[in-house]
Design a protein around this ligand. Structure first.
Ligand code: NAI
Length: 398
């Protein structure tokens, strides 16, 4: 069959396996040529390893100087009657192939990270492949739901808190700007978002690992956060997601004390805003991303997920006697984004941006291309008219 991009609003419904392979290869190429990671860990567990920051972290740690072995957990779908499967499914497969070719261990566990079954599989994999211990745990889940364990679910809702908010979303399916009003979150939505995207599950994973005696001496753990400039605060930091992230920051301090028992540490790592499967969902953030991409690319300071992760491990988390943190003990990777001149130019663009001019005032081309690339499309050197052999794809296992 010939695979074409299918987008519903901001959700990709198809993925191109060859393009996913190309995406893995490009990221590997980037980290091989970047500043290398020194004094790294060797055995790494990544929760949310198949796309975005988690995948980039996995690639950086395996190919960017550290030569790590990794266990990656993700929730992805393979090919079936219903469709070709998700990009993350193929990312898992092609990452593992490349890692094994380089002599590294790469174990993929595809399942719900909130479930006991997945936890059991991870502990078993750590015992089997990592001599029972991990030296770095990366928590990079992004999801909309978390099971309560009784058949019900907490659901996250990306909403302002206290009052409704005017904002705009970009419909990637029709290349359209849509003005919308986001209603204020209900108490239920605030609680749901905190449960899904706050620190509780990160903490429970670390407890699971400690109870299984799977935490190595000196083990570090990180989880990703976003704060952003003031212009994004009404929908992000002051909204439901921000509450969840502040909870995650507090969890990092608590976990840091727990990890100190093993000579280790825990950090909430504040990253730059980037186009990922998860972020295009956030109403109000897309116009900001368009302006930010435009300004940072013009200034030559734009970083994508892989550049952020390579710099995180080579400059900040490893190779320093003390991990550099801010006054709130947060590890900041958003320094270039929050540069005063960048933000003043972004604010100027946003003042004038609307449905009529977003494609030219902002970097819509880069935004859309990054979105398509997340799903294996928009690579110049791939023949998208060539037929894909589904029977062969079905034989590939993560
Ligand atoms: P993503 O959507 O690209 O990746 C999410 C990962 O979580 C995937 O590997 C997916 O398979 C996995 N996952 C989701 N639900 C799961 C489940 N139930 N069980 C197992 N695996 C599951 O997301 P992205 O953007 O990389 O986000 C990761 C973290 O980074 C999030 O905490 C996000 O808030 C944070 N972040 C994202 C920024 C952005 O601009 N994209 C900026 C700063 C922080």
């Amino acid at each position: 069959m010939i695979i074409t991009p299918i987008i519903n609003g901001v959700v990709a419904r198809s993925a191109h396996p060859e393009g996913c392979k190309q995406s893995i290869d490009s990221q590997i190429e980037y980290v091989k040529n970047a500043k290398q990671i020194k004094t790294p860990p060797k055995r790494v567990l990544i929760l949310g390893a198949s796309s975005g920051f988690g995948l980039a972290a996995r690639i950086a740690l395996t190919f960017g100087g550290a030569n790590c072995d990794t266990i990656g957990v993700s929730f992805e779908k393979g090919p079936s009657q219903k469709g070709i499967g998700t990009a993350g499914w193929y990312n898992n497969i092609f990452f593992k192939q490349r890692a094994q070719q380089a002599g590294r261990r790469a174990i993929n566990i595809v399942g719900d990270a909130f479930s006991q079954d997945t936890r059991d599989q991870v502990i078993e994999a750590i015992e089997t492949y990592f001599e029972g211990e991990v030296e770095l745990v990366i928590y990079s889940l992004a999801t909309g739901v978390r099971p309560k364990g009784n058949g019900e679910f907490w659901k996250s809702a990306i909403r302002p808190v206290g009052q409704s908010l005017d904002g705009s979303i970009i419909d990637l399916e029709h290349d359209r700007w849509i003005d919308t009003v986001m209603p204020a979150a209900t108490e239920n939505e605030i609680e749901g978002t905190l449960k899904v995207m706050g620190g509780e599950d990160w903490e429970s994973w670390i407890d699971t690992l400690i109870n299984a005696e799977a935490v190595a001496q000196g083990c570090k753990t990180i989880a990703f956060s976003y704060m952003g400039p003031e212009v994004t605060h009404p929908i992000y930091l002051d909204g439901t997601l921000g509450r969840a992230k502040i909870d995650l920051h507090q969890t990092s301090h608590f976990l840091n004390i727990e990890m100190a028992n093993f000579g280790g540490s825990a950090y909430a790592t504040v990253c730059k805003a980037l186009v990922t499967k998860a972020s295009v969902f956030i109403p109000g953030l897309s116009p900001y991303l368009l302006a930010l991409y435009k300004v940072m690319k013009e200034k030559g300071t734009h970083e994508d997920c892989i550049a952020q992760m390579q710099r995180l491990f080579s400059d900040k988390l490893y190779g320093n006697e003390n991990v550099p943190v801010d006054a709130e003990r947060l590890l900041r990777m958003d320094d270039l984004e929050l540069d005063a001149d960048v933000q003043s130019q972004v604010a100027d663009i946003l003042k004038d941006m609307d449905h009529s001019n977003f494609k030219t005032l902002g970097d819509y081309e880069g935004f859309k291309s990054d979105f398509l690339k997340l799903n294996g499309f928009s690579y110049d050197n791939i023949d998208y008219l060539a037929k894909t052999d589904i029977t062969r794809l079905k034989k590939l296992v993560p």
